[in-house]
Design a binder for this molecule. Sequence first.
Ligand code: SAH
Length: 461
Amino acid sequence: MAKANRTIKQAAPIHKNEVITASVTDLTYQGLGVAKVDGFPLFVTNALPGEKANILVTKVLKNYGFARVQRLLEKSADRVELTDQLALTTGIAPLASLAYPAQLAWKKSQVQQLFKKARLDVEVADTIGMADPTHYRNKAQVPARMLNGRLETGFFRRGSHKLIPTDSFYIQDPAVDEAIRVTRDVLQEFGISAYDEEEGRGVIRHVMARIGKATGELMIVLVTKTKKLPEAGAIVAALKARLPKLKSVIQNVNQSQTNVIMGYQNQVLWGKPAIEDILLGKKYLIGPNSFYQVNPETTAKLYQLAKEKAELKKTDTVIDAYCGIGTIALTVANDVSEVYGVELVEAAIDDAKENARINQVTNSHFVAADAPSQMLQWAEEGLKADVVFVDPPRKGLTTDFIEAVSTISPKRLVYVSCNPATMVRDLKELVDHGYALEGPIQPVDQFPQTTHVEAVAVLTK
Ligand code: SAH
């Protein structure tokens, strides 16, 4: 994280527990304020550029340290005051204290800096944001813990497993917040225990709630450590009575000792095995383990943009790589000749096929495989794609993948990225393979109040 080029080894100019007055000059990609003491960078929680504060040094490493604000002396004009600010900024909404227009500008500049550093000369457009950047998430996965002998739900303080109980999560849909609250109350009433990581005892690990924003259909998943959920029938009856939108209650068993939230065994306690949502005119069935974008409003903008930038023709053959449950593929299917999707998770491919069926899409072909291997195979088989969409996980594409693109030689490649750092790396490699970057790069704010940046880039042959 620190790029301090301190060639001469010196002791840090500050030590732990020292309180100093410092000016904050920058904001890191993790949303921490940067204050420099004799050139030595300190990363400060809940501090914004332009602010001056008394800060307490909490940790000193060789080339950088950490601190937190003790007293704010000069406030940024972009600071917004929120109730429960510290809890939010140390947990689920690290950028919540930064005014929304400043968040959008910061995300644009993050992308600009990465392109500049890579010496890729391209314009970056203003970040597309939301009219109301709060309460947007259609899904919550909330940990449960015993506090004072009672099951509580909330979030873990950043970098820890310390539960901060909360009723309202600021960035989640109100119906999702309500579902979590009601579930917690019901579990408390039936005296159900929460899982204790250290002791390996207890029942409830997480409560997951997801709503189809377009349909109003609500799913609750109780993630349990144990195979048995005591009082399951009575719990379901109480949830049904208090949550009229409820369409599905599922028990997901996760007996592992890891931080992975969901296991793979699902039991429908009541209702449907999957809820339905509608996105850009297509229906999607979403099961408890399916990946589905958490912000449908900006996802619609993102896909629309990706589709426009692809300049599709009715005769085109299209590849959607890293396709999840097939959302990009099915969004463009009616506008092209054939669409091929590849995705690693088999259950997601099952969903993609089912989603094609319920939308009467007959020109899609979905394959469960590693995307780079499948691309190489398609290249060997001589598949000629006119357009390739990629939407990889945070680690981005691989060299194999890029070589396969080069062989398949599409006219256009549309890169949807949730991590601009790896996107820039991949774009550079694609440019070396003879592709040209077409500006502007478009950041889209899929995750307001957080430091995540989503962006769309286009390459042409
Ligand atoms: N385009 C989809 C999903 C994007 S998320 C949507 O918008 O909903 C990225 C997807 O890549 C995930 O579904 C993940 O399971 C998948 N993935 C991760 N590694 C992969 C790999 N090596 N090969 C294929 N798919 C992979």
